[in-house]
Design a protein around this ligand. Structure first.
Ligand SMILES: *Cc1c(COP(=O)(O)O)cnc(C)c1O
Length: 344
């Protein structure tokens, strides 16, 4: 597959913005920096951040076993997804395919970029309909979004289905792995080099506990990463976020412990939910949340709200009638939720 063929003409032709820090990037200490119109008085953040987030990428590279030139960082994965749209989708001409019920941002970004979004609903077991997806695609279909584990359903997509799509679909396949750390299934990261059209997004917002700093990660071929690098805002990941992310990656054992604790509590909550008379179905989860089907989602949602428990009502989503999405909290929070559920 030729990635260049999928690229928009204006992106092919454009020259990237060249920042002061791009033009002079030798890593020399004791230099006098008078090139970026910064305020010289030290405050810890008076200098522009590293546009390539090198220190952070070195750690991620070790952790994920992916070379730094196959990593792009963004202001949340939402920015990364937007960059992919802007690089490859010509407004009013190209289209993308999403598989509802799924993460809402794919559609929002399609609308924002004036790109047609084609929807192929998942099966009743929330798996991709491979044949229908391939039939929905035409020569202007640039991206297929696969969210696995999927939000809001919580399940992972069948490996066989994803593999067929990766080898047959004639555009980019974005696998959104925001919840991969909670999954029993393997990440597609280890097979990244097998598929030139594969883009994997991950985030520090969920398992890593850093939703507040906005740090999204994109893994792809060096060619795709170079394209996204060319169009990204030069200083898209701020200094404080870079520092905080690095600090977290250096205590990865603690992250792992939190993930394990959440997975264990997920199991307990699932068992508890199954015992409730108004719960009709508890869907399996590879994420840090559980989707359930209840007798009356609007009613149950408001009953919980009145008692101070906020969950997500997903009843308006396709295939999700009367469903609620519950995030796994701390032991104390889960206990509070369970005792309110007991009272209903
Ligand atoms: C939460 C979530 C994200 C996270 O996005 P950020 O912008 O990195 O916080 C991405 N994809 C899915 C499916 C999510 O549920």
């Amino acid at each position: 597959m030729k990635i260049e063929k999928l690229l928009r003409e204006n992106i092919k032709k454009m020259l990237p913005y060249s920042s002061a820090r791009d033009e002079f990037k030798d890593d020399v200490t004791n230099m006098v920096f008078l090139d970026a119109n910064e305020n010289p008085f030290e405050s810890g953040v008076n200098r522009y951040p590293d546009p390539q987030q090198k220190a952070l990428k070195i750690e991620l590279s070790k952790l994920k076993n992916v070379p730094a030139n196959q990593i792009l960082l963004g202001n949340g994965s939402d920015e990364v997804l937007d960059l992919i749209y802007r690089a490859f989708c010509e407004p009013k001409v190209d289209n993308v395919i999403t598989l509802p019920p799924t993460y809402g941002m794919y559609k929002v970004l399609a609308n924002l970029n004036n790109v047609e979004e084609r929807e192929v609903f998942l099966t009743s077991c929330f798996q991709p309909k491979v044949k229908e997806i391939l039939e929905a695609a035409d020569k202007n279909t640039k991206i297929l979004f696969l969210c696995s584990p999927n939000n809001p359903t919580g399940n992972s997509f069948s490996q066989e289905a994803v593999e067929v799509l990766l080898t047959t679909f004639k555009g980019l396949v974005v696998i959104d792995e925001a919840y991969i750390d909670f999954s029993s299934k393997k990440s597609w990261l280890e097979r990244l080099d097998e598929f030139p059209n594969l883009i994997i997004t991950q985030t520090l917002s969920k398992a890593y506990g850093l939703a507040g700093i906005r740090l999204g990660i994109c893994y792809a071929s060096p060619e795709i990463i170079a394209i996204l690098n060319k169009i990204k805002p030069p200083y898209n990941v701020n200094e404080l976020s870079q520092q905080r992310a690095l600090k977290r990656l250096l205590v990865i054992k603690k992250v792992q412990e939190e993930i394990e604790a959440l997975i264990e509590m997920r199991g307990k909550i699932i068992e508890k939910l199954k015992t409730l008379h108004f719960v009709e179905e508890v869907y399996p989860s590879d994420a840090n949340f559980v989707l359930i089907k209840v007798d009356d989602a609007v009613k149950r949602y408001h009953q919980l709200l009145k008692k101070g428990i906020v969950i997500r009502n997903r009843t308006t989503q396709p295939l999700c009638e009367n469903t609620l999405r519950i995030t796994i909290g701390t032991k104390k929070e889960n206990k509070a939720m369970c005792s309110v559920l007991n009272e209903l």
